[in-house]
Design a protein around this ligand. Structure first.
Ligand code: SF4
Length: 285
């Protein structure tokens, strides 16, 4: 979305306190309006992990815990060159696998999960990533979040992916007060048709990374502002808020080395991490 459009929309924000208490019907309507605004703002929203097949997405998602998607994208090309599928990864020497994934942090645990899930895929699922949540979560190191990412983006099975951004924004939007990711997932699922779940997840995460940041939300340039009960939690001055924008909205590279063709920003570099992608704590903003 052009910055001028973002500014204009935010400038029209009403003094945005949502009437309280809000009926369930009003909440559903407002939530769906927010989703429509996000869809207009990020028509190109996509998973920010590079992958070519379900196995690669599964591995990349396991690696993405406690690090940036960019760090994972910079790590996986060499990893998949050496271990292209479950057979090869199941037979990996742990210390060699650990060395390759070391930049993503927690590499010993992650290596154990990757070898364990590769063995399970090889021995129990014929070398294929399963297509149901129930089967997915039996794999070592795979929880609901990882399973929903893979099912939604590799197999087109609708799923809500509650990561740190999604949980934070769902609460700021007033969609739920829950803190537990499973409870957030259940509450948000009530508000939207299944067919929207996967793209909604991408749009909300895109918004959290680009505008509604954890510590400094750019409320003054936020297109959702008229619908958001948390307007004012961040910078409301449009000029100051515009300086907080990240990735394509802020003129910085994205997280993917190989973004989709319709991504309006620039691809990430295979090398150094940019300031836009990591906060001081190393978490994705
Ligand atoms: S808190 Fe601010 S930046 Fe976040 S969605 Fe609400 S208005 Fe937008």
């Amino acid at each position: 979305m052009a910055e001028s459009k973002v500014r204009k929309t935010a400038a029209t924000a009403v003094a945005s306190k949502t009437p309280s208490p809000e009926s369930h019907l009003a909440l559903v309507r407002r939530a769906r309006k927010i989703n429509r605004v996000l869809a207009e703002t990020y028509p190109y929203a996509h998973p920010e992990l590079d992958f070519d097949n379900p196995f690669q997405l599964l591995v990349a998602t396991v690696l993405s815990a406690q690090t940036t998607d960019l760090r994972v994208n910079q790590t996986t090309p060499a990893l998949f060159a050496k271990y292209p599928g479950p057979e090869a990864m199941a037979a990996a020497a742990p210390e060699e696998l650990e060395e390759l994934i070391r930049p993503t942090g927690f590499f010993r645990n992650k290596a154990k999960s990757l070898i364990g899930l590769s063995i399970a895929l090889r021995d129990e699922f014929g070398g294929e990533v399963p297509r149901t949540l129930e089967q997915m979560v039996t794999l070592p190191g795979v929880g609901r979040k990882t399973a929903n990412v893979v099912l939604g983006n590799a197999y087109g099975v609708p799923g809500i992916t509650v990561d740190t951004h999604f949980g934070r924004l769902a609460r700021r939007f007033g969609w739920t007060t829950e803190e537990d990711p499973v409870a957030v997932e259940a509450a948000v699922a009530e508000l939207f048709p299944k067919s929207e779940w996967t793209m909604l997840s991408h749009r909300v995460v895109f918004h959290g990374r680009r505008i509604c940041h954890a510590r400094k939300p750019a409320c003054g340039v936020c297109p959702v502002a008229p619908l958001c009960p948390s307007y004012g939690e961040g910078e409301t001055d449009p000029e100051k808020a515009a300086k907080l924008l990240k990735y394509e909205l802020g003129g910085q590279p994205g997280q993917r080395l190989r973004p989709p063709a319709d991504y309006p920003g620039t691809a990430a570099a295979p090398g150094a991490l940019s300031q836009a992608t990591e906060s001081a704590t190393g978490r994705v903003e």
